[in-house]
Design a protein around this ligand. Structure first.
Ligand code: GDP
Length: 424
């Protein structure tokens, strides 16, 4: 049982960072395999409170190797800033505990700008992008219009490659968006300021991972966002531009033949969703405000208030299925302690029919929730460390999720701190 993926079952923000931080104790390597600086994995530990954007959440553990795989959107500018910020809190970061895949594509300066320009063009129809350049980056990657981190070691070829990309990209910037073109002088300075300092971290991480695996090291794959944001299986077009599902971990990590023995699906005890798109169990008004406040549901990257809703068992079942979760980590159960009665969405109504199935994206907009309530526990549970010590109502809430997803709830998190966890 050497390898494990920690993934989101829902819309993201389930508390994956907190689970990776906890579980890296049992693993030797933590690898981010997709997504980019739009992540906001919150970790609270002895060094303080962090919202990690690109760094794997294993960065705080001595002896853990952290890898940014080929599947990530490597934003040199933001990564450098993040390394600096985390170092300031006393965390050591060096090529001894952080490596970047030579096959990771670089998020170029125009990607972020294009994100902003496109959201502006969309105006009222925007998708709620975090404007970190993720969609333009992955579009360009698929079109083979990015440079690989390892090209930094081939300066002549790199400049020629960038010159070609620049000429092509300026056409879009100037003619489609009437924006200012980029120049080689700007790009050369950007390489010097933000890419040169990263060179010591760039390695053949595929080889390293293979050797680590062969030597019996335990690998943890860390996802960003959740199943419902998956490019192929999510709520198209309100997805991200990469694949947060566990099945992508071997590809995006740089170790395509990796076997994943455990898939820990992180589920929040209620629903939240950042940005646009259908959200069937969404709450509104005072009920929503209260839950948002209790759970402090504001984006880790953007500070945006998150949309909140009842636990959605239809979406959660689908997420567990898409992730191939072997166990669930249920987070933020403590947040529900104020509720007399807890709303739960058990099924959907689509075209006047009740269904257990998560609908095709185009049908999701008209889906309505079938809501029920279960008794609350009205007690502070943040100090509980054994499942048997939870109030019966809280135990039943956990068992309801287990029954309805068919997946064992192995962990119950009752607070943001590392130790606020119940392991079954
Ligand atoms: P991630 O992107 O999946 O890592 O999730 P985020 O970091 O965006 O959101 C999770 C938030 O919930 C963070 O602020 C965490 O500190 C917090 N959190 C995680 N687990 C718990 C928990 O069990 N209880 C409480 N109260 N907060 C938690």
């Amino acid at each position: 049982m050497n390898n494990c993926a920690i993934v989101g079952i829902n819309w993201g923000d389930e508390g994956k960072g907190r689970m990776v931080d906890l579980l890296t104790e049992e693993y030797d390597v933590a690898v981010r395999y997709q997504g980019g600086g739009n992540a906001g994995h919150t970790v609270i530990n002895e060094y303080g409170k962090f919202a990690l954007h690109l760094l794997p959440s294993g960065i705080f553990r001595k002896g853990t190797m952290n890898i940014l795989g080929n599947g990530v959107a490597l934003d040199p500018e933001n990564l450098l800033k993040e390394i600096q910020k985390v170092r300031e809190k006393g965390v050591e970061i060096s090529p001894e505990n952080l490596m970047i895949s030579e096959r990771a594509s670089l998020l170029l300066p125009w990607h972020r700008e294009l994100d902003g320009l496109e959201e502006k063009r969309l105006a009222g129809k925007k998708f709620g992008s975090t404007k970190q350049g993720i969609a333009p980056f992955y579009s360009d990657k698929a079109a083979k219009k990015t440079v690989l981190a390892g090209e930094l070691f081939y300066p002549e070829e790199l400049l020629e490659h960038l010159r070609d990309l620049l000429e092509w990209k300026n056409l879009t910037l100037e003619k489609v968006y009437s924006a200012r073109p980029y120049t080689m002088t700007y790009l050369e300075q950007w390489l010097k300021d933000y890419c040169e300092p990263l060179k010591p971290y760039i390695k053949n991480t595929s080889k390293w991972l293979r050797e680590a695996d062969e030597a019996g090291k335990k690998i943890l794959f860390e996802a960003q966002l959740g199943a419902l944001r998956d490019l192929d299986y999510g709520i198209h077009p309100y997805t991200t531009s990469s694949n947060p599902i566990a099945a992508y971990a071997p590809v995006g990590s740089g170790y395509p033949k990796a076997r994943i023995d455990r898939v820990i699906g992180v589920v929040k005890a209620y629903s939240t969703c950042v940005g646009e798109g259908p959200f069937v169990s969404e709450m509104s008004g005072e009920e929503a405000d209260k839950l948002r406040e209790a759970g402090q549901e504001y984006g880790a990257k953007t500070g945006r208030p998150r949309r909140v809703g009842a636990l959605d068992l239809v979406a959660t079942r689908y997420g567990v299925e898409m992730q191939g979760a072997t166990e669930i980590a249920l987070t933020k159960l403590d947040v529900l302690s104020y509720m007399e009665e807890i709303p739960v969405c058990t099924q959907y109504v689509v075209k006047n029919e009740i269904t257990d199935e998560f609908p095709f994206p185009a049908a999701l907009g008209e889906a309505r929730p079938v809501l029920t309530t279960v008794p609350g526990w009205k007690k502070d549970i943040s100090g509980v460390r054994r499942f048997e010590d939870l109030p019966e109502e809280a135990q039943n809430y956990v068992l309801l999720i287990e029954k309805s997803t068919g997946c064992f709830v192995k962990y119950v998190s009752v607070g943001p701190e590392r130790e606020s966890i119940i392991t079954r």
